[in-house]
Design a binder for this molecule. Structure first.
Ligand SMILES: [Zn+2]
Length: 464
């Protein structure tokens, strides 16, 4: 299969931008790109598939490095709560979910990501109520249908209220069963190949819901199997206080003590970092998923992204779970990141091109896939987004990358994953778009009904 995109403005992230050029795709990889018209392909009579990219900006597909897809089913609740208040209000509701809820939520959530230019997404699923079906398989099935590259993390919590943790005991698991299920998930699904559509990570939830033993055992398991590690770190000042009170250490120091710094680790959030913390992340190659809309929604704070980048710490983007960043499009996080950094540090804190780089190459690094994804270069996977920047309003903006990052999300002419069309002319092509949306709405109704049967949805904390 070959595909030629012509007459397109290319922002490859690696190497210079091309104002009008071509991208030639062979199989699932980029064969060639350059300025001007495409040279005749060697030995080919012509390309059966051509896309005229006139008026479009081509970028690498966006990479989402933090999410909780199941939360699509619990959006719009606990609207004015802090992280800890929000979690306490929602844990019990989430305890009612089943595989059907997860499949519907993941179908809608992943479809929504594809419609915002995302070609690779991670997910962090950390609640596995007993007797509710195979929740991990349910989200993997959804990703296969939607057709985007998927890096689900088998999450876990073992430190319930009775152990001094935040979550109620009903949503936590035993250490031994977590390790067995995590090991099984890696063995069943992890594909380390270059073109992999599915890789598994290991992800105890957070310092306030996972024991030290779970953290160290998880790290040993992941390193034994050659997969990556993910967890929440330094999201709020409440977490700082919790870690100081319980462990006598701030979150990053605690992670260091547990062997959780390294090039195979990426953290969600990394908001409350000291200068020393940033130095440790940079020195060890530990990545961070910046989730600005969620941090804003929960009043968590503004991460020190521009300082992290300046000091060489890797940063990718994430939308975070939909219950703390309702309907957030991934492309919108480029703008949100840029505005947050500039509001905190001034107008040179983050450029449009830096925002694009963290959303693509930075994300690929978080997932350990910088040699395969994240830039448009010959030999890399053909994961790209074609943004239509020639609309009657957007065409008034001098620079297409500025239009993409400073403005509202432009329409998508195409989203390609490994050369395969996932979105065309703003519509999902892999699954019927209306059905994907309805699956999410049904997942919401079902979860609310299941929670209601347990008398959990009347709490007033849930609705404020
Ligand atoms: Zn999260």
């Amino acid at each position: 299969m070959s595909l030629l995109i012509e007459n397109v403005h290319i922002a490859p992230v690696a190497g210079p931008e091309i104002q009008s050029g071509y991208i030639r795709i062979e199989g699932d990889r980029i064969a060639e790109l350059g300025p001007g018209p495409a040279p005749a392909a060697p030995g080919a009579a012509g390309h059966s598939n051509r896309i005229d990219g006139t008026g479009c900006l081509a970028t690498p597909g966006l990479v989402n490095t933090h999410h909780h897809l199941y939360q699509w089913a619990s959006q719009g609740l606990a609207q004015d709560a802090t992280l800890f208040e929000w979690l306490v209000a929602l844990y019990q509701v989430w305890a009612a979910m089943d595989a059907e809820v997860v499949n519907g939520a993941a179908t809608a959530g992943l479809g929504w990501l594809a419609l915002s230019g995302c070609t690779t997404s991670s997910d962090h699923h950390y609640i596995f109520p007993k007797g509710r079906g195979d929740l991990f398989a349910a989200e993997i099935e959804a990703a296969r249908e939607v057709g985007i590259r998927f890096h689900p993390a088998r999450g876990s919590m073992d430190r319930g209220e009775s152990q001094g943790g935040l979550p109620p005991d009903v949503v936590v698991e035993e250490l031994a069963e977590i390790l067995a299920a995590t090991s099984e998930a890696v063995d069943a699904y992890h594909d380390p190949s270059f073109s992999s559509m599915l890789r598994i990570a290991v992800a105890p939830c957070s310092p306030f819901s996972s024991s030290a033993e779970l953290m160290t055992e998880s790290a040993a398991l992941a390193r034994d199997k050659g997969v990556r590690l993910h967890t929440h770190v330094a999201e709020t000042s409440d977490e700082d206080e919790h870690c100081l009170a319980r462990f006598g250490l701030r979150p990053v120091d605690y992670m260091e003590k547990l062997g959780w710094l390294g090039p195979d680790v990426w953290f969600a959030h990394s908001v409350h970092l000291s200068d020393d913390d940033i130095g440790k992340l940079a020195a060890t190659g530990t990545g961070s998923a910046h989730c600005p809309s969620s941090n804003g929604r929960l009043g968590a704070g503004i991460a020190r992204v521009s300082e992290m980048l300046r000091r060489g710490a890797n940063v990718g983007l994430g939308v975070d779970g939909s219950a703390s960043s309702e309907l957030t499009p991934l492309v919108g996080e480029l703008r949100q990141a840029l505005l947050f950094q500039r509001a905190r540090y001034g107008p040179q804190a983050l450029t449009a091109r830096q925002a694009l780089e963290i959303a693509t190459l930075g994300g690929a690094r978080n997932l350990g896939r910088e040699h395969e994804l994240g830039t448009l270069e010959p030999g890399k996977l053909a994961d790209l987004a074609l943004w239509r920047v020639d609309g009657p309003f957007t065409s008034a903006v001098a620079d297409p990358v500025c239009a993409l990052v400073f403005g509202p999300p432009p329409p998508l002419a195409r989203v390609l994953v490994g050369g395969r069309v996932v979105v065309e002319d703003g519509e999902l092509r892999t699954v019927p778009q209306d059905a994907a949306g309805r699956a999410g709405a049904e997942a919401h109704r079902r979860l609310m009904r299941l929670a209601d049967e347990r008398g959990l949805t009347a709490a007033k904390e849930l609705h404020h």
